[in-house]
Design a protein around this ligand. Structure first.
Ligand SMILES: [Zn+2]
Ligand SMILES: [Zn+2]
Length: 157
């Protein structure tokens, strides 16, 4: 597998997606910037360059959780302590305060709850699921949805 070279000189398109070597399917490239929105109120969740959510720990402590908007960049920060390995009780939109917990879905690694936000590169927004257990990096964009936002992106540019 080739590592991600710095392909910035190739332009936006090259930065946002690439073909895999295994098959001809195009996938979003690690590091792609994803606009992130609440599925309930449609507001952007980006604040000061981070995806800002409200979180409630298993103990009921409420705080703020900030995630990187770049695909596969697992930078997180919080103003409260969330123990490693703990599944948080809830994640909420920082604008409308609705729960982002995706009912009926679990993490691909263990039976933890997952949260859902909407992401997109240009105009189309698709569901992005991620695990609510602190420290777990499981996340998912349905392959068909991923293809949609890549096509949308390539038409626009
Ligand atoms: Zn909202
Ligand atoms: Zn998980």
């Amino acid at each position: 597998m080739t590592s991600d070279r710095d392909t910035r000189k190739g332009g936006w398109e090259d930065l946002a997606w690439r073909k895999t070597r295994y098959n001809d399917r195009t996938v979003l490239k690690s590091g792609s910037f994803l606009n992130t929105f609440c599925p309930h109120c449609g507001e952007s969740l980006l604040h000061e360059g981070m995806v800002r959510l409200e979180t409630v720990t298993a103990e009921g402590v409420e705080g703020r959780l900030e995630l990187s908007p770049y695909l596969n960049v697992f930078e997180r920060r919080s103003d409260i302590h969330i123990p490693e390995g703990q599944e948080v009780k809830d994640l909420r939109c920082s604008s409308c305060h609705a729960s982002l917990k995706a009912e009926g879905r679990v993490c691909g690694n263990e039976p933890s709850a997952v949260a859902c936000v909407l992401v997109g590169i240009s105009t189309i927004r698709v569901p992005f699921f991620f695990c609510m257990r602190e420290g777990c990096r499981w996340q998912l964009i349905d392959p068909d949805d991923e293809h949609k936002i890549i096509l949308d992106d390539s038409r626009e540019w």
